[in-house]
Design a protein around this ligand. Structure first.
Ligand code: HEM
Length: 198
């Protein structure tokens, strides 16, 4: 959530496209979005994929142990070896992704429109892949979509100083930001919509 909001604040064109999509598919006369709304928000879904590509919540997988001798890209791996996947490195690999550090949700509507995060496309595996991949994937994606969509529907969001968000990462198991994201929020919808919800 934090990285998605930070990326959108630093990429106002993308933020405006999300808002346009919300205006078209939800409108400004209703507050709460539900799951049936989010399926129409294809640009927002691309924003989430692109965020999980550049800033996967877990940059490294959990430790896996080879149960038998095997070979990975020509490297011999003995049974019992502990293996970690560097998911972030794969997802930022310039041999696979053009301008990998650029935030371009449009990739997932054009050149990479058939790539998803469900563990089948090995260039994008923020939830890892295979039998031990993240069991929380469906829950995480739904909650991300719903929360991000609702927050961006309800509020105009700006940085406090109007300056770009500091995108430095801190070391950690879960991709923390080096500095907290601080934003100012103001209502985006007409007052009666918030009053109806009380
Ligand atoms: C955007 C959100 C999330 C991301 C990107 C994510 C990513 C991951 C990754 C990469 C792994 C390691 C898998 C492997 O090494 O093969 C993992 C494991 C796991 N995740 Fe998630 N996760 C997320 C949210 C969640 C949620 C919401 C839950 C629970 C409700 C959850 C529960 C777990 C569990 C239990 C494991 C360990 C699975 C095992 O070792 O068998 N995750 N997750």
């Amino acid at each position: 959530m934090t990285w998605a909001l930070s990326l959108l604040l630093n990429n106002r064109d993308a933020l405006n496209k999300v808002k346009q999509e919300l205006d078209i598919h939800v409108g400004k006369d209703r507050l709460l979005l539900t799951e049936s709304d989010t399926k129409n928000l294809v640009y927002l879904q691309s924003v989430i994929k692109e965020t999980l590509r550049i800033y996967p919540a877990a940059p490294l997988s959990v430790i896996h142990e080879a149960i038998e001798d095997c070979s990975v890209s020509g490297h011999h791996v003995s049974a019992g070896t502990w293996l970690l996947l560097n998911l972030q490195k794969i997802q930022r690999d310039p041999q696979i992704w053009e301008d990998p550090l650029e935030f371009r949700p449009e990739r997932f509507m054009t050149t990479h429109k058939d790539i998803d995060v469900k563990g089948h496309d090995f260039e994008l595996i923020p939830f890892s892949s295979g039998r031990r991949m993240c069991p929380g994937i469906s829950f995480a994606l739904k909650i991300l979509e719903l929360t991000l969509a609702n927050v961006l529907h309800w509020f105009e969001i700006e940085t406090l100083s109007g300056e770009a968000v500091d995108m430095r990462e801190a070391p950690g198991l879960t991709s923390p930001k080096a500095t907290p994201l601080e934003v100012k929020i103001t209502p985006r919808l007409p007052a009666f919509v918030y009053q109806m919800a009380n």
